[in-house]
Design a protein around this ligand. Structure first.
Ligand code: DGY
Length: 320
């Protein structure tokens, strides 16, 4: 009998697929850095039984309709706003994502970005590289304290909770806003459920961890930035489109807020001439929240485990 065909939309290390070769036939896009062109992906979908894709692929109705044999879309990300989940469901195609395995890695990066923005780490590095360091001075590159400040986490899921845990280590007060209360975060980490506007007004650090949905698109807009303290630092590690970037640029440029740390952007990848890069009070990263080697390997393995379980007639570990 023919083995099910798994199409992988990026070249990934052979060691990761090797343990699964006995049961599956694999076809991979041959580039590690470049996404598969859409027309090629649609063509591949004519035969694939399973798809392992990344957030660079748009898995929409057109693509799902070309996929006559497809049983599962295993997305190598916790977010799945790149997938038309409703159409997949209507067509009986299972969709899985990669929660849990990336929680601590993403929380580490969130905190790194927060600390870099607060303590002007990137400005400091560039200051030395540009040979501007002449003297020690009392307020040279003086940033904001992190310890004992108030952090407002918008989106208290697994990653939010892991960020709150790190914040407690810095003796911070933790406020959070979420669609529903997270009692575990309240009990274990003394996180305080707060109305969105109050959170914006009271927090020294506002951290966006909300998934992108119709409700969260541009939830950080001009009005939100106006409500923040003038010393507030805004961190986004979820999806760029939850922020109105023009409003954010204006808030940073006019010192309505103090700084921002951004791992995600409205339209990725951004180019070097992106307006936010002109500003000294912004630290930008190329969407690397979960990018540790260990975690990226685990994410790929989890995708393959989900595919394996489905073809064994079992429930995948992490269906969406
Ligand atoms: C995700 O998992 O959704 C990230 O954005 C990529 O790791």
């Amino acid at each position: 009998m023919n083995k099910p065909l798994v199409y992988i939309t990026r070249k990934i290390p052979n060691e990761i697929v090797e343990p699964f070769r006995e049961l599956f036939e694999f076809r991979m896009w041959e580039e590690a850095e470049e996404p598969v062109p859409r027309d090629r992906l649609i063509k591949e979908m004519e035969q694939a039984d399973a798809l392992l894709c990344l957030l660079t692929e748009t898995i929409d109705r057109e693509l799902l309709e070309s996929a006559v044999n497809l049983k599962i879309v295993a997305n190598m990300a916790v977010g799945y706003d790149n997938i038309d989940v409703n159409t997949a469901r209507d067509k009986g195609i299972t969709v899985t994502n990669t929660p849990d395995v990336l929680t601590n890695t993403t929380a580490d990066l969130t905190f790194a970005l927060l600390m870099a923005a607060a303590r002007k780490i990137v400005e400091g590095v560039n200051f030395i590289k540009k040979d501007k360091w002449e003297h020690w001075s009392p307020f040279l590159l003086a940033g904001s304290d992190i310890h004992h400040k108030t952090i407002g986490i918008v989106g208290m899921g697994r990653i939010g909770k892991a960020v709150a845990k790190r914040a407690k280590g810095f003796d911070m007060e933790v406020l959070y806003h979420n669609r529903s209360r997270n009692l575990e975060a309240e009990q274990e980490l003394q996180a305080i459920y707060t109305d969105f506007d109050k959170l914006l007004e009271r927090s020294d650090f506002i951290v966006s961890l909300v998934p992108l949905t119709n409700e969260t698109k541009h939830m950080f807009d001009r009005t939100s930035f106006q409500k923040m303290k003038s010393r507030a630092i805004f961190i986004n590690v979820s999806r760029g489109q939850v922020v109105d970037e023009t409003a954010l640029y204006h808030a940073l440029e006019s010192n309505e807020i103090a700084a921002a740390g951004l791992d995600v952007f409205e339209k990725e990848p951004i180019r070097a001439d992106h307006p936010l890069l002109e500003l000294d009070n912004v630290v930008c990263l190329p969407h690397i929240g979960s990018a540790s080697i260990e975690t990226r390997v685990r994410m790929l393995e989890l995708c393959l485990e989900n595919i394996l379980l489905l073809f064994n007639g079992e429930e995948p570990k992490t269906p969406v």
